[in-house]
Design a protein around this ligand. Structure first.
Ligand SMILES: O=P(O)(O)OC[C@H]1O[C@](O)(CO)[C@@H](O)[C@@H]1O
Length: 393
């Protein structure tokens, strides 16, 4: 098999070992808050509470323990973690360590064990609260206004809502940030996105459930209803992950809310339910959706699926980190160069919430750094970036 193309000069990977860096803050500040919130929301017993505390300790000061051989995904992690187990968490790449932390969080909550907590989504209370929040109701109503717009304006508005919906990420709101104020686009290649949609297959790699998923589903409906896509494959997480990441259950919950609402939301929900019945919309999960690796290392079946898509839309910050192999690229490194290994056209719709940035023009990068050195993690900016095989020739 041919090796994926990599850029000429490889940038340094983001690691967890620098005190006060963004990864350090995630492990030392966000994770304790996350575990406290989980324990407030879910009445776990002693064994689970101790397991959460032990995971927090281990991930901040110890070596990475492997999974037990009884774990259903033991074999996968033997491959994904063969160089990481037994080394300290601080020495790991951020991408790997954070992903493994979420895997172990499920284990601490008894998700994989025989017993009462098996299969219980420990993030469900937060996801349900988001569906019940006034902001979600307001988003449902906002679909009526979008619906009333002229065609061109409507689709650009749906795209922008899907971009900024990415701020409604429960990991981000734990850090006290919210999706209420949208900022500016640091890169906008949306004019290159629409012409790629030729009525064929579009793959949408989803990110968060709740408000972001609502926006993504509205966009999917628009693609299908307007003939921009003949079919849509929605790639979801096979298990709870990164707090609010969408699973098939979350899609069904969101559709229920939409069809129970009035106006445009109900229409969209109804059409999408029908599209699921007709197989024009397919929900898909894949173990690699929760892998601690970049897309450069994707397995052959996923590669084939992306290759067969007229466009793959990657939602959110983590998908962007995975596309760019979670490295500190000079921000002017072309997005197409960093994603040169990708087997088909790809578009990233992402609010910038971590250090990885590519594809900016030099002036924009300099201005953003000068105006606010923390702009890469504050969610004040977003990007719409597109790369096609032709860009990579
Ligand atoms: O939901 P998203 O957009 O993928 O963001 C995931 C978040 O988690 C992080 O990995 C930090 O925990 C950031 O990269 C990002 O803010």
């Amino acid at each position: 098999m041919s090796q994926p193309r990599v850029p000429h000069r490889e940038a340094p990977p983001i690691t967890c070992d620098e005190p006060d860096s963004f990864p350090w803050q995630v492990f030392h500040e966000r994770h304790p808050v996350l575990i406290r919130r989980i324990l407030e929301a879910v009445p776990y017993g002693q064994a689970e509470r101790q397991a959460f505390a032990a995971l927090l300790r281990e991930s901040r000061q110890d070596q990475v323990a492997p999974l037990s051989p009884e774990a259903p995904d033991f074999d996968l992690w033997q491959v994904w973690g063969k160089e990481q187990f037994g080394r300290s968490w601080q020495q790991q790449r951020f991408l790997w360590a954070e992903s493994y932390f979420y895997r172990r969080l499920l284990q601490a909550g008894g998700y994989f064990a025989d017993g009462g907590w098996r299969g219980v989504d420990l993030f469900a209370p937060f996801k349900h609260a988001e569906l019940d929040a006034p902001a979600f109701t307001a988003d449902l109503t906002a679909l009526d206004h979008q619906h009333a717009l002229a065609e061109g304006e409507r689709e650009q508005s749906l795209l922008m809502t899907a971009v900024w919906g990415n701020l409604a990420d429960l990991g981000f709101t734990i850090a006290g940030k919210g999706p209420e104020e949208t900022g500016a686009l640091a890169a906008d290649e949306s004019d290159r996105l629409w012409p790629l949609l030729d009525g064929g297959l579009v793959t949408v790699v989803a990110d968060n459930s709740g408000r972001e998923l609502l926006a993504d589903l509205a966009l999917v409906d628009h693609l299908l209803a307007g003939g921009r896509a003949g079919e849509v494959s929605l790639l979801l997480k096979p298990q709870p992950y990164y707090i609010s990441d969408a699973t098939p259950r979350d899609v069904l919950d969101c559709l229920d809310r939409m069809t129970a609402a009035a106006g445009a939301a109900a229409g969209i929900g109804g059409r999408l339910r029908q599209a699921l019945r007709d197989d024009r919309l397919r929900m898909r999960t894949h173990p690699f959706a929760c892998a601690p690796l970049g897309y450069r290392d994707m397995p052959a079946d996923l590669r084939e699926e992306f290759a067969a898509s007229a466009l793959t839309i990657m939602k959110g910050d983590l998908n962007y980190r995975r596309l760019a192999d979670d490295r500190l690229w000079p921000p002017t490194t072309p997005f197409a160069e960093v994603t040169a290994y990708f087997p088909g056209p790809v578009a990233a719709l992402r609010t910038v919430k971590s250090d990885v940035v590519t594809g900016l023009d030099a002036e924009t990068a300099a201005e953003l750094d000068a105006a606010d050195p923390s702009w890469r993690v504050s969610g004040t900016h977003a990007v719409i970036q597109v790369a096609t095989p032709r860009d990579r020739e």
